[in-house]
Design a protein around this ligand. Structure first.
Ligand code: SF4
Length: 436
């Protein structure tokens, strides 16, 4: 029997995984286990994994193998537990358990079993356990927290594994969300991010009442204590005019929409199964900017998708130039096992992918520099989050998600401050406290 007194959770991937790790941590904490500073110091290590890229999986497997000869309990949670549920335990005899995204509340049951039986345990049900919605995790940050409002995805983009690892969309009940929102407000949280693979689908699966994502925002905006509400991700095909108006009307809802285009070429969008065209996407961007003139727009882009020609890439480049994104995550395509796209030849050579990636990154950099130059002299409201890495300046974000650093006393952390922008450096605005 392995004695467990300490644990460590290594989290990979998206904000939903961060939240799932907080749910695991809270249960282990209630069990009386102590959080170790590193994997090396822990009796139990949980790798909460991401399956979005094959490379991410390889990294995790490499990391786990470092501990194969140690007398520790090793568990794999998250998307890899789901996508490799049939092989992981057979292929890696030193993994003690796998725990899927629908079974987060079974961690203590697993640990109890491991104390009495010398077996490998597989808890990876396909069906979502709704009681996870009523489990309020302790958060890592005292200021900002995420709340899951819809789990799973119905979209089946051809390159994406998420619908296979997290199942179909299930919206959380409005009462449960409001309860957790109030709970966090009472604890002094200032900013909440509403999470879902596609928040714009929220409520579409309710059969008893009509209550959509924009309705949820109007309800949450009434709750005292929370200063800011963010959300992600917004699938472009599903954004509604009601949501745009909610962003405009509600003072707590941040003017930032993560609105991933993925490609500017209609041919590639079709192959990706994104269910919109560049024209319909641009129409929505224009409408969003008409309704919310100050809105910041973010995107994800995949470069070098199968069959992407130079012309297709130019379509993406020109669309980027037209939209002038405020944030962008730009990746070179790599096939993900188990998806439709992985059956197609990944034929774009690495050097071409890299060249296109660099071109787009340079454009992004130029756009940001031009924007940031125009912000100098502006006064921006910043939620002060913490000391900057240098431990001297304070760091916070605007409602549009721009990072701002400025000099100030530590007791300002957690407050909203007006900061005058004086200069910038890469993706950081630098300013000073504005005089009243
Ligand atoms: S919308 Fe597409 S990319 Fe996003 S999670 Fe769903 S299938 Fe994946």
């Amino acid at each position: 029997m392995k004695v467990i007194k300490t644990f460590f959770i290594r989290t990979y991937g998206c904000q939903m995984n961060e939240l799932d790790s907080e749910i695991l941590l809270t249960q282990l904490d209630s069990r009386g286990l102590k959080l170790a500073k590193s994997e090396q110091e822990a009796d139990l290590i949980i790798f909460n994994t991401c399956s979005v890229r094959d490379l991410a999986e390889k990294k995790v497997l490499g990391k786990i193998s470092e501990f194969k000869n140690d007398n520790k309990i090793i568990g794999i949670a998250g998307c890899m537990a789901m996508s490799l549920k049939d092989t992981l335990l057979k292929d890696y005899k030193y993994i003690d358990f796998i725990l899927g995204t629908n079974d987060l509340l079974k961690i203590n049951e697993i640990l109890d079993d491991l104390q009495t039986k010398n077996i490998q345990i597989n808890k990876t049900s396909e069906n979502y356990d709704i009681s996870i919605d009523n489990f309020f995790a302790k958060r890592n940050s005292p200021l900002k927290a995420s709340i899951s409002i819809i789990r799973g995805c119905n979209n089946f983009c051809s390159y994406c594994i998420v619908p296979f690892t997290r199942g179909r969309e299930i919206s959380r009940s409005k009462n449960s969300i409001i309860k957790e929102f109030k709970y966090l407000a009472n604890l002094g949280y200032k900013e909440i991010t509403l999470l879902g693979q596609n928040v714009n689908s929220y409520g579409k699966d309710f059969t008893d009442e009509k209550f959509l994502f924009s309705d949820l925002l109007y309800e949450l905006n009434k709750i005292d204590g929370i200063e800011r509400i963010r959300f992600m991700t917004s699938h472009p095909k599903d954004i509604s005019i009601e949501l745009m108006h909610a962003i405009k009307d509600l003072e707590k809802v941040c003017e930032f929409v993560h609105f991933p285009i993925q490609s500017g070429s209609n041919k590639i969008l079709k192959k990706m199964n994104r269910k919109y065209t560049r024209e319909s996407y641009l129409e929505k961007v224009n409408l969003l900017r008409q309704v919310v003139p100050n809105v910041a727009i973010g995107t994800d882009i995949i470069i070098g998708f199968p069959e992407e020609t130079e012309e297709d890439f130019q379509d993406t480049f020109n669309l980027f130039k037209e939209v002038k994104y405020d944030t962008a995550f730009i990746f070179a395509y790599s096939p993900r096992r188990g998806t439709l796209a992985s059956k197609w030849k990944d034929e774009i050579p690495k050097d071409i992918k890299n060249k296109r990636l660099q071109e787009l990154l340079s454009l992004y950099h130029e756009i940001l520099q031009e924007k940031y130059r125009s912000y100098v002299g502006d006064i921006r409201q910043v939620l002060v989050e913490r000391l900057n890495k240098d431990q001297k300046m304070l760091k916070g974000r605007t409602k549009r998600f721009e990072k701002v650093i400025f000099e100030g006393k530590e007791n300002l952390i957690g407050s909203l401050q007006n900061v005058k922008i004086e200069s910038f450096n890469h993706q950081t605005l630098i300013g000073s406290l504005a005089k009243d």
